[in-house]
Design a protein around this ligand. Structure first.
Ligand SMILES: Nc1ncnc2c1ncn2[C@@H]1O[C@H](COP(=O)(O)OP(=O)(O)O)[C@@H](O)[C@H]1O
Ligand SMILES: Cc1cn([C@H]2C[C@H](O)[C@@H](COP(=O)(O)OP(=O)(O)O)O2)c(=O)[nH]c1=O
Length: 218
């Protein structure tokens, strides 16, 4: 059986994650892998209900953080770990780095408390109960906040996060940069400000470089 592979997509709102996740799913399927495509917050009936609350109801930073981790726990238990145990590739639009970037850097929530909650939520499920589940690879779509804001202004009505001011997204972007600097082996930075074709090519090249796609998939 193939080994399970957990790949997450990260970046500020409007960075281009959702636009490119299908391209990677198709390339991996063409290479013979079974792919589970999912997202956070969400990915299960319960977590999708929590997502609707998170995106639209006013709440304080602690409530927000507790709901994000509750959604993640359910998602891990019901979707991510079972798919990895079956040897599938899980492509997840956002994961815990988003919590460090948005609730930590963006809202100012204590990072050491987040680390503790991360360990609580991501340890003790399924396969390797002593290990905290982390992505094998995180594709970080890095774009200047002004570029992302310009894209979103043309694209969709803002949710509770997207309605935050530019200063919030500047903090979130720095939060992602800090996470990437702290885990350079796991993070692959993609220049998300490029044209779509170049973003897609860079993304595929990074996955191929790890041996998870044939080199000619690009
Ligand atoms: N490389 C790109 N160049 C220009 N526009 C883009 C690019 N990638 C995505 N977009 C557009 O920007 C908007 C936000 O993209 P999306 O994939 O929804 O971002 P995210 O999922 O990271 O919030 C969409 O309207 C999308 O069509
Ligand atoms: C996973 C996660 C998402 N979020 C926020 C970031 C996004 O603004 C929002 C929803 O994410 P996303 O699915 O990227 O939104 P969209 O469908 O609009 O592209 O949730 C957090 O604040 N913390 C988290 O841990």
């Amino acid at each position: 059986m193939m080994q399970g592979l957990f790949i997450t997509f990260e970046g500020i709102d409007g960075a281009g994650k959702s636009s490119h996740i299908d391209t990677l799913a198709q390339a991996l399927r063409a290479a013979g892998r079974t792919v589970t495509l999912t997202r956070e917050p969400g990915g299960t009936p319960l977590a999708e209900k929590l997502r609707a609350l998170l995106l639209h109801e006013a709440m304080d930073a602690l409530t927000e953080t507790l709901l994000v981790f509750a959604a993640r726990r359910d998602h891990l238990l019901r979707v991510i770990e079972p798919a990895l145990a079956r040897g599938e590739v899980v492509l997840c639009d956002r994961f815990t780095d988003a919590t460090f970037a948005y609730q930590g850097a963006g809202r100012g929530f204590d990072l050491s408390v987040l680390s503790y909650m991360e360990r609580l939520a991501q340890t003790g499920i399924g396969l390797q109960p002593d290990l905290m589940l982390n992505p094998d690879l995180t594709l970080w779509f890095d774009v200047p906040p002004e570029v992302a804001a310009e894209r979103l202004a043309q694209a969709r009505a803002p949710d509770r996060f997207e309605a935050e001011p530019a200063a919030f997204f500047a903090r979130v972007a720095r939060g992602y940069a800090d996470r990437a600097a702290a885990a350079p082996g796991r993070f692959a930075r993609i220049d998300g400000a490029q044209a779509r074709e170049r973003v897609a090519a860079q993304m595929l090249a990074m996955v191929a470089a790890r041996g998870w796609l044939p080199e000619d998939a690009q």
